[in-house]
Design a protein around this ligand. Structure first.
Ligand code: PHE
Length: 382
């Protein structure tokens, strides 16, 4: 119970019945008054009006006729005091009155040290979740958020896109959930082809798959735009692969497709050789080997001489001097037909490359899984 609670009760209620008890109560009051005064002096006041206000508040708390500490003591301790205690209480009360007068609360205003007014803080009405307003010091240094970076696969994709955009290609995209018609049939991939097995492909239902490559967008674009057509198609692809250092069930491809009158294999070779030099440097050479895809005829595999060792053999090219880049070929006439383009009037070439693999080669990364684990310690290196 504070002394402020005690002055609201009679001595009887407080259980005080002798002179000693009365004296200690008054001593407590005196100490409180002294403390409050000392506190005010040590705190000071920012300006004159504030100084006057603080001093008046202290004076009123103790000496106000109505509700002041002394008037409460008169009311609750002195007046109801029993015969034996009344003289003691009266004497103590008079002493206290004299003593508080000597504290000269009124004059205190002139003695109170004036402080420099503190710099006004700008308070933004920022509220916390609890709805409390939090003052903000705008002079404090700001919070720095760690800067992110472009994902290495996205960056690789953009680099490749830029080269083809310069050649006049544009960027096309298609759905990742694809029909078996576009993903297989229209690309001349027969029912019996192993890539249609559900060991290799994620089926959503018998006629719907997660696309296994970006090639179905070839057909979609032919249907949509007809010929001539110069596009690249970046995007995610999915295969039923167990993750290891070079496989992941989701990966990124960029498809290229050029269809026009009199397009030949020479155009394909020239374009891809230019592309390789733009990406890996003027010095690199390209190598075309025969291969097979149901949707191109003839088909090829493109490799580039190792840009690290210049074909001598090193870790990046696995001592072979060559780095496999992509599959390619002349668009099969049947595929042009599926796309609604007359193969007697038009011809074209296409390629498909793995963006993740390109990024791995470029940055000498030995595990494709690192790209997709979201570990910032890995990602912030790019
Ligand atoms: N779609 C083929 C694949 O995923 C790549 C490719 C595209 C080959 C275009 C030739 C032409 O392996």
């Amino acid at each position: 119970m504070t002394i402020y609670d005690k002055i609201e009760r009679t001595l009887q209620q407080l259980g005080v019945s002798d002179a000693r008890g009365v004296e200690s109560l008054f001593a407590e009051l005196q100490k409180t008054a002294e403390q409050e005064r000392a506190e005010l002096v040590s705190r000071g006041a920012p300006d004159q009006p504030q100084r006057d206000r603080l001093c008046k508040a202290l004076r009123d708390r103790w000496l106000a006729r109505k509700g002041g500490v002394l008037s409460r003591v008169d009311e609750n301790w002195l007046k109801p005091a029993g015969k034996e205690l009344k003289p003691v209480v009266g004497r103590q009360f008079n002493d206290l009155r004299r003593w508080t007068a000597s504290l000269e609360f009124e004059k205190l205003a002139e003695a109170l040290p004036l402080q420099e007014a503190p710099v006004k803080q700008v308070e933004l009405p920022l509220t916390t979740g609890a709805g409390r307003a939090v003052p903000r010091d705008l002079t404090l240094p700001g919070l720095r958020r760690p800067l992110g970076s472009v994902h290495p696969v996205t960056r690789m994709q953009r680099e490749i896109e830029d080269i083809f955009l310069r050649l006049g290609f544009w960027i096309e995209s298609g759905p990742e959930i694809e029909s078996t018609y576009y993903n297989f049939d229209a690309l001349n991939i027969p029912e019996s082809h192993p890539s249609r097995d559900d060991w290799d492909t994620f089926y959503i239902d018998a006629k719907t798959v997660l696309r296994t490559h970006t090639s179905p967008v070839q057909i979609r674009a032919m249907e949509k735009y007809g010929a001539p057509l110069y596009i690249i198609i970046p995007g995610k692809c999915y295969r039923h692969d167990n993750p290891d250092a070079t496989h992941y069930p989701m990966f990124h491809q960029i498809e290229g497709l050029a269809i026009d009158k009199d397009i030949t294999f020479a155009d394909l070779k020239g374009t891809l050789d230019f592309f390789a030099k733009m990406l890996f440097g003027e010095k690199v050479r390209t190598r075309f080997q025969p291969s097979f895809f149901p949707f191109t005829e003839p088909s090829g595999e493109v490799a580039v001489s190792c840009f690290v060792c210049d074909g001598q053999g090193c870790r990046v090219c696995k001592e072979s001097g060559w780095i496999e880049l992509m599959g390619c070929g002349m668009v099969h006439p049947q595929v042009l037909r599926y796309g609604g383009i007359d193969p007697d009037k038009y011809s074209g070439w296409a390629f498909g490359l793995g963006v993740d693999r390109f990024a791995m080669v470029k940055h000498d990364i030995n595990d494709i899984q690192l790209f997709f684990q979201g570990d910032v310690r890995f990602l912030e290196q790019f």
